[in-house]
Design a binder for this molecule. Structure first.
Ligand SMILES: NC(=O)c1ccc[n+]([C@@H]2O[C@H](COP(=O)([O-])OP(=O)(O)OC[C@H]3O[C@@H](n4cnc5c(N)ncnc54)[C@H](OP(=O)(O)O)[C@@H]3O)[C@@H](O)[C@H]2O)c1
Length: 256
């Protein structure tokens, strides 16, 4: 992996895993949630491959960076559409990721937090036969108790924030109060758009896959336009041996 720009006192050049850790480590927790999104897109702007999923536009280096993001987060926040499309399960980690978490003083596994209005989720998301992190489902106060029962029976915590939609400010505040302030949003586009609209997205990691797919694949946001344009400052750019580009941005604090 090659760092293409100067970041603080780090000069451009080759970066090993320790260097990557330094680049991707979250800021020190301050009691407030810090939300980072991580998406992969093709050169023609699709976040979906020919099969409608993201797995088919991944590259080997993206697998590594994706896993590194997960190793450093307290929470993996994801929309129910992505959970259903990608067959998400509670977070499982490889030994190297667990070593990083132990060295960084993090819980052994990140929490998987799923945002849903419908509660149409397979309770097997928290498979009791596999060692993994906890799962929490974040829904609205208008939910049907009958839909919650199978999830509770599977040992999944269900919490309600907001009425018509999940109130994401309340949700991230709730997580931060529980000491889980490093929140990694892995999608999908509806949740990503809502986080941006609510002014809650602090950092954006975009992976550029050296491929094109055509078709009608969606972008990393879907839904209504944002109330106002959101600007970001580039933090760093990485180029991998397999030609994948990793761009990391922080929400701009200067007036647009
Ligand atoms: N390339 C990438 O990096 C990447 C990353 C993630 C996803 N994807 C792709 O994106 C596609 C999935 O897209 P999607 O449109 O289904 O996105 P999504 O944002 O994952 O899911 C939308 C669903 O999440 C729930 N939701 C989101 N925001 C909510 C809110 N504020 N309040 C209540 N519920 C909320 C709702 O669930 P209910 O319907 O249950 O109410 C909504 O229907 C898949 O093809 C996946 O492969 C790609």
């Amino acid at each position: 992996m090659h760092l293409l720009n100067r970041v603080d006192d780090v000069e451009p050049g080759p970066v090993d895993r320790t260097g990557l850790l330094g680049l991707y480590r979250w800021p020190e927790p301050s009691g407030r949630a810090v939300v980072r999104s991580n998406f992969i897109a093709t050169l023609d702007g699709s976040i979906q491959g020919l099969d409608g999923r993201s797995g088919s536009i991944n590259t080997p280096s993206d697998h590594e960076i994706y896993a590194l993001h997960r190793a450093l987060a307290d929470v993996i926040l994801v929309g129910a559409g992505t959970v259903r499309a990608e067959g998400y399960r509670a977070v499982d980690l490889q030994p190297w990721q667990r070593e990083i978490r132990a060295a960084e003083g993090l819980a052994p596994y990140p929490l998987l937090a799923v945002v849903t209005r419908s509660l149409h989720l397979d309770p097997a998301i928290a498979d009791p036969l596999v060692e993994h992190g906890p799962v929490i489902i974040m829904t609205t106060q208008q939910h049907d108790e009958g839909d919650v029962r199978p999830l509770l029976a599977a040992g999944i915590e269900v919490r309600s924030h907001g009425r018509a939609a999940v109130d994401l400010a309340e949700l991230t505040g709730d997580l931060a109060e529980r000491g889980q302030s490093r929140i990694l949003c892995e999608g999908g586009p509806r949740l990503h758009r809502d986080l941006l609209a609510a002014g809650l997205l602090d950092e954006l990691s975009l992976t550029l896959s050296p491929s094109a797919v055509g078709g009608g694949g969606v972008r990393s946001t879907v839904g209504d336009p944002l109330p106002a344009r959101v600007d970001f400052d580039l933090r760093f750019l990485l180029l991998a041996e397999d030609q994948t580009v990793f761009a990391s941005y922080r929400r701009s604090t200067s007036p647009g």
